[in-house]
Design a binder for this molecule. Sequence first.
Ligand SMILES: Nc1ncnc2c1ncn2[C@@H]1O[C@H](COP(=O)(O)OP(=O)(O)OP(=O)(O)O)[C@@H](O)[C@H]1O
Ligand SMILES: [Mg+2]
Length: 374
Amino acid sequence: MKNPFKYGSRVSGGAFFDREKIMRDMMGVLDGGNNVVLYGPRRYGKSSLVGEVMSRLRARGWVCAELNMMDVVSLEDFVTQYARVLYREAAPVVGALRHIAGLFRRVSPKIGIDDEGKPELKFEISSRKAGVAALRDVLELPVKICPAGRTLVVLDEFQEVESLGLGAQFERTMRSVIQNHEDISYVFLGSKTHMLERMFASPSRPFYNSAQKFVLSRPPEDESRRFVIERFRSVGIKMPEELAARVVSLAGNVPYYVQAVSSWAYNSVVGGRARTIRAADVEEAFLSLYATETILMESVFASRPESQRLLMRALAREPTARFDEEYRDRHSLPSTSTVNTALRRLVKESIVELRDGAYALSDPLLAYHLSSRG
Ligand SMILES: Nc1ncnc2c1ncn2[C@@H]1O[C@H](COP(=O)(O)OP(=O)(O)OP(=O)(O)O)[C@@H](O)[C@H]1O
Ligand SMILES: [Mg+2]
C-alpha cells in the first residue's frame, strides 16, 4: 500500500483537487491570446495549478514550456536554459535540430552528454558580451521554433528576474519582445506577492497591465475535507468526517499542510492493524510535522525586526481586525503607528493576511509555533 498523500513537489492527477473554476478562467484568458500573472502565498498550490493547466493545454495540442526562475543564476544562464526548455518541448512537434540550428546569431546549439551518458542538446552563448542582444534572440525563439498553433510559456518565481543583475532592462526587453507574440501566451507566477504586484501593477514598470491577474486562495474547506477522506478511502483506511475537519483546521486549510498532516496520520496507522484513523493519530501527526518545521519557523520569526516579531506573536495568539488600545496592552504592542508600519510590511510579504475579516498569520505552523510557547 502506498501513501496516498504527497507534499513538497508539484502534484497532479488524483493527488490534485479543486481549482476547477480558476483553471477554467485562466485557460479562457490564455485561449484569448492574453497573458496571466498568478500569485498567492507559499504552499497554496500555484505551481501545481499551472502544471495542471499545462497538461490540459498539451492535450489540446499546445506546446507548453516552463522555466523556474529560482534555478536561474545569471543572464547567460537564463538564455541557455530558456533555449533548452523551449527546444525540449517543441522538438517532438517540429521535428529535428536543423529546424533551429542557424536561427541564432549569438546562441548556438551543441550536442553534449548528460549525466546518464545520453546525448543532450546544450546551448552556448557565442560571445561573452552578448548580453541584452542574446536575451532578445532567445525571447524570439518561441515564434521561430514553435509550430503554427498555440504555445504557452510559463515562468515560475518570475520575481527572481530582479536578481539577474540587469535591472529594469530585463523587464523592458522582455515586454517589448513578447508584446508582438500573438500566438504565444505567457504565465508569470510566484509567491513573493508584493514584488510581482509591483511589477505588474505599477504604471512605471514595463509589465504594467500586461497580464490578467489571478490570486490563488485556499480551497473551500469542504473540498479539502472530502479530499482527505477520499484519499484515505482509496487505500482502505477510514477517516471519520470530524477528524478530517480537524486535519483541515490544524493545517489552516493550506493544501501543502493538509497533505502533510494527512501523510503523517497515514504513517501512524499503516504499520499496525487498525484501519480507522483516531483523534490521537491526527494530533500526533500534526506534532510530528511541526517537529520537522520548527527550525524553519523559528528562522522566519527571528529574521524579522522586533516590532514585527511582537505583532506576529500577538496575531498568532489572537487574530484581530482592530489594533485598539486594549489589544495593544494585552499583547504589549508598541504605538499605533509602529504597529501599522509593521503590519503593512508583514502583509506585503504574505506573512500576515486578512482572513475572514481579521488579520492572522498565513502559516498555521508559524501560528502554532508562536502561540504555543511562553
Ligand atoms: N490542488 C491541490 N490538490 C492537492 N494538493 C495540493 C494542491 N495544490 C497544492 N497541493 C499541495 O501543496 C504542495 C505544494 O504545491 P505547489 O508546489 O504547487 O505550491 P506553490 O504555491 O507553488 O508553493 P511554493 O510557493 O512553495 O512554490 C503540493 O506538494 C501538495 O502537497
Ligand atoms: Mg511553486
